[in-house]
Ligand binder design. Structure first.
Ligand SMILES: [Zn+2]
Length: 451
């Protein structure tokens, strides 16, 4: 597992799918990144609110899939392909798509028929939905509801909306954008880009085109509505756009080989996002010295930015400079004390020392990280290690059960939850939690067997 990478893979999610991989040439991986997730929230929450949704109840997931797509499933879950982020010209294109997808949730659209999911097999969606269940963890019922949502997905009831609903999502999306002060030209631009793909053979189209048939009328109608907005000619918000570019550069550097990244972001480009992309390029090329130099340049530009310390700490950690990594990651946590992914990075570095003092510092950090984000598979993994280093096998078992549960591996979750049930005092909070996992994982495992 690419546990060392800055963007933490919840690779276990992907592993859970292997059994039904027939339609799935590539495994979808969930990407986690503190900065990207914060950007998604900050840019999309106002849109959710404008649509009358509770932003806290909408989950956003980034999938490592190169095709252009975004879709809604399992209730209030929005999935975004990395391909969409990389293909967007500016933040308004991204925000426009989010506004459109938001209506599919808020307008109560029922999904009509089966449709191709691109690189995602139905089972991978179920795994994702099970992973999503962990977000609601603690609440067994909510987890179960999401799980059953996954079952519907498996029967193929997803993704294709009627033309009428697509049109409605365009218009409602444009109205949310107007309400929050953005122009809908981004959505139009994005659609125009995709329209060219419609003449391609299906296999070469991005999934978004297949599930969102675009025609001249639809775009023209959106254009009309968009032009009525007082924000029609307003350029993208500069601060949000900068954050979008950073996320884009980060993803580009993370997903492409070093040569490709250096071609697109040559060393002569000293912008923040170019440097950001190059940290990843040098990192991939194992050019630690260059990677650190870029990270230091970023920190010099914005000494208060936690993500720059985070990336520097990660580079140090992966190049084996553990003590320096810990120091720098502490700086990151000071700047972002409630960011579970950053806290986890520090916890991981501390745990790797396998020394009692470092473990004693790591354990409460990792407990905090898992409290803030119960779906953080990697934090559970490290927390289980911390407990086990401290000889607390009962808690190690429960944390391992949480790890597999949040990663969608029902069988393993069952095994460890059973061990936890056997070791904790009946009726204790840990015992109850282990029981919850047991019940949900058992149901999930049973359904998979029946299939
Ligand atoms: Zn749509």
């Amino acid at each position: 597992m690419a546990s060392v990478s800055r963007l933490v893979y919840a690779a276990l999610l992907a592993l859970a799918i292997a059994s039904l991989a027939s339609v799935s040439p590539a495994r979808a991986q969930f990407l986690r990144d503190a900065e990207a997730e914060k950007f998604f929230r900050d840019s999309s929450n106002p849109i959710f609110a404008a649509a009358g949704l509770d932003p806290a109840s909408v989950n956003i997931y980034l999938l490592n899939v190169p095709s252009i797509n975004a879709f809604v499933t399992g209730g209030q879950n929005i999935f975004i392909h990395t391909g969409l982020i990389l293909a967007a010209d500016d933040v308004n294109e991204f925000i426009g798509v989010m506004a459109h997808e938001t209506c599919h949730i808020a307008c109560g659209h029922r999904i009509r028929t089966n449709a191709a999911l691109g690189n995602l097999s139905a089972t991978s969606i179920i795994s994702l939905v099970l992973g999503a269940a962990a977000i609601a963890a603690g609440a067994g019922d909510a987890g179960l509801a999401l799980l059953l949502g996954g079952q519907q997905v498996a029967r193929g009831q997803f993704l294709a909306y009627s033309r009428g609903q697509e049109g409605e999502a365009d218009i409602a999306g444009a109205s949310y954008l107007t309400e929050v002060g953005h122009s809908a030209t981004g959505l139009i631009g994005f659609f125009e880009k995709l329209r060219d793909q419609e003449i391609l053979a299906q296999i070469r189209q991005d999934p978004y085109v297949r599930t969102h048939p675009l025609n001249r009328d639809r775009i023209a109608r959106l254009q009309e509505v968009a032009a009525e907005s007082p924000h029609y000619r307003k350029p993208p918000d500069p601060a949000l756009n900068e954050r979008f570019r950073r996320v884009q550069a980060k993803l580009f550097g993370y997903l492409n080989n070093a040569q490709a990244t250096l071609r697109r972001y040559p060393p002569s480009d000293t912008s923040v996002y170019a440097r950001y992309a190059r940290v990843y390029a040098y990192h991939r090329a194992l050019e630690w010295k260059y990677a650190l130099a870029e990270a230091d340049a970023l920190i010099a530009m914005e000494p208060g930015n936690p993500y720059f310390y985070e990336i520097k700490g990660q580079v140090l950690f992966e190049s084996g400079q553990i003590d320096d990594a810990i120091e720098v990651l502490r700086q990151a946590v000071i700047r972002a004390p409630r960011e579970p992914l950053i806290i986890t990075a520090l916890g991981q570095a501390l745990i790797s020392k396998e020394d009692p003092v470092a473990t004693a510092e790591a354990r409460p950090l990792l407990e905090r990280a898992t409290t803030l984000d119960r779906s953080n598979t990697f934090a559970w993994f490290n927390l289980a290690r911390a407990y086990s280093l401290e000889g607390d096998n009962a808690r190690a078992n429960l944390a391992t059960a949480e790890r597999f549960y949040s990663g969608g591996s029902a069988g393993q979750a069952l095994l460890y939850a059973q061990r936890a049930v056997d070791t904790f005092r009946p009726g204790s909070p840990e015992w109850i939690r282990a029981q919850d996992i047991l019940v949900i994982a058992r149901q999930y495992a049973g359904q998979r067997r029946r299939r």
